[in-house]
Design a protein around this ligand. Structure first.
Ligand code: GLN
Length: 480
């Protein structure tokens, strides 16, 4: 097995002992990125001039990684997978990228997303759809699909993503890897293209919970450039990751699990089996109800709030200060032509919805009601968190869909099972998806979500469950 496929701690030890060099790891990672590009299309840009870095005591030093193409990278093309930014080269790094530079991590490429991170399929990027490494006739989910596919295939040991609705935690499920978004503000949003600022989170994909803990430990921290970031210097996600979890309490959401039982028996029994593992670990698991009207309303609420915020945030994409400018006889024509040609239909649709919701006469009924629903959901979950350390739910309702599979977006299955992860973003709760097994040779997963700022506890529970489950990621199954 190549060192690139080992855990971050093992790679670090090998680098320290001189068994492998940073240069060799970077070269191998770049080679894999190129070798699998035709098959997966996970990269917008592969950084062929990526350089090795000195090995320090930081576990990430000298090790390659990839970042979603909505992270600003100084001097490196950053497109957000949109035609409107197809030529944009930022003059600054996102804070998370700066922190990883300081850790001597080696960025080897920028990954494909759904255009401007709006979507759940990774099929809408301007460089084409990302394929699922488990079965290339299926999608990997989105919007951080390129990063998920790159980790699932073993191109990089970890990759960065962003999560506004579920964009890390859903593709992690479809790719059979770990995906985490920590508490809102644990990681600075500076330099991440704003989609919906009150919901945007940075996070990562990795092969294991502990690897993810190392990555988030290095990305986090208070930042003057993001007023919503906070001092987390007392939080270490690795330190207590192996602590005994007996006595911890989790709940599962009855309405979501009932819907799984009705619609997907295999997934349901896998979930019940995971609950048994919890019991074996000494974790008490109970059933709790959340008003089904609130649960079914979560996704429409998400769409209302995120489209409204996205319309406002993306109003700077005019082609005039930066981006792919189109011709016109006056500034208005330039903006109209730039935005009409630059955005795909899906994005324009979201901006129409967002503008409608924000119109003065609609604000009370649509925007403010969505805010109220968001608050009711967060209040109910927060009330439950007074009695529990977190909740556990199936991460999706099914395995990754085929390209062009028909999806009934008004079905209970879609509303309850496929979109409940937005609750984690509504409350800014730390939330992690870990693989729980397979159906028809495709991965399925569970998600654990906890109270804000209790990230370490969520990592600890996830790590212990991961050990019990004993899932082998795809990239470790074949001889490389
Ligand atoms: N699928 C959701 C959407 O389409 C989530 C996107 C995200 O988290 N960036 O908006």
């Amino acid at each position: 097995m190549s060192y690139l496929d080992k855990s971050l701690e093992e790679i670090h030890a090998a680098l320290k002992d001189g068994k492998v060099t940073s240069k060799e790891l970077v070269e191998e990672s770049l080679k894999r990125a190129h070798d699998y590009q035709d098959e997966l299309n996970s990269f917008v840009t592969i950084l062929d001039d990526a350089k090795e870095k000195d090995i320090t005591d930081n576990v990430l030093s000298g090790i390659p990684y990839a970042a979603k193409d909505n992270y600003s990278t100084k001097g490196i093309l950053t497109t957000a997978s949109s035609n409107i930014l197809s030529n944009y080269v930022p003059v600054f790094d996102a804070t998370a990228i700066t922190k990883l530079k300081e850790a001597n991590a080696c960025l080897i490429g920028k990954t494909v997303l759904d255009e401007l991170a709006m979507g759940g399929t990774s099929t809408t990027g301007h460089t084409g759809p990302v394929k699922n490494p488990w079965d290339t006739s299926r999608l990997i989910g989105g919007s951080s699909g390129g990063s998920a596919a790159a980790v699932a295939k073993g191109i990089v040991p970890y990759a960065l993503g962003s999560d506004t609705g579920d964009s890390i935690r859903k593709p992690a499920c479809y790719g059979g890897i770990v995906g985490v978004k920590p508490t809102y503000g644990l990681i600075s949003r500076w330099g991440l293209f704003a989609f919906a600022s009150s919901l945007d989170h940075l996070g990562c994909f990795a092969k294991s919970v502990k690897d993810a803990a190392y990555v988030i430990n290095n990305m986090k921290g208070i930042d003057d450039n993001d007023m919503t970031s906070w001092d987390s210097s007392n939080i270490d996600l690795v330190k207590d990751i192996d602590k005994d979890v007996s006595g911890k309490k989790l709940f599962y959401i009855k309405e979501i699990v009932d819907e799984l039982k009705n619609s997907n028996q295999k997934y349901y029994y896998n979930f019940i089996n995971i609950l048994n593992y919890c019991k074996e670990l000494g974790i008490e698991v109970k059933e709790e109800s959340i008003d089904i009207k609130l649960l079914k309303g979560a996704y429409p609420t998400y769409m209302a709030i995120s489209c409204a915020e996205a319309t406002s945030n993306n109003s700077n994409l005019t082609g005039i200060p930066f981006g792919n400018k189109k011709d016109g006889d006056n500034p208005y024509e330039v903006m109209i032509n730039t935005r009409t040609e630059g955005f795909s239909e899906l994005i324009r649709r979201r901006f129409v919805i967002g503008s409608f919701i924000l119109q003065k006469e609609n604000q009370e009924k649509l925007f403010k009601n969505a805010q109220r629903l968001r608050r009711l959901i967060v209040e109910r979950v927060t009330e439950l968190f007074k009695k529990y350390d977190g909740y556990i739910v199936p991460a999706s309702g099914d395995i990754a869909p085929h390209f062009n599979e028909e999806i009934d977006r008004l079905s209970e299955k879609y509303l309850l099972l496929e979109n409940h992860l937005v609750i984690g973003d509504f409350g800014g709760f730390p939330s992690i998806t870990i693989p729980s097994g397979e159906i028809d040779n495709m991965p399925i997963a569970i998600n654990i979500t906890g109270p804000i700022m209790e990230d370490a506890k969520i990592f600890n529970i996830a790590k212990k469950l991961e050990e019990k489950i004993g899932f082998t990621p795809l990239s470790l199954r074949k001889e490389k």
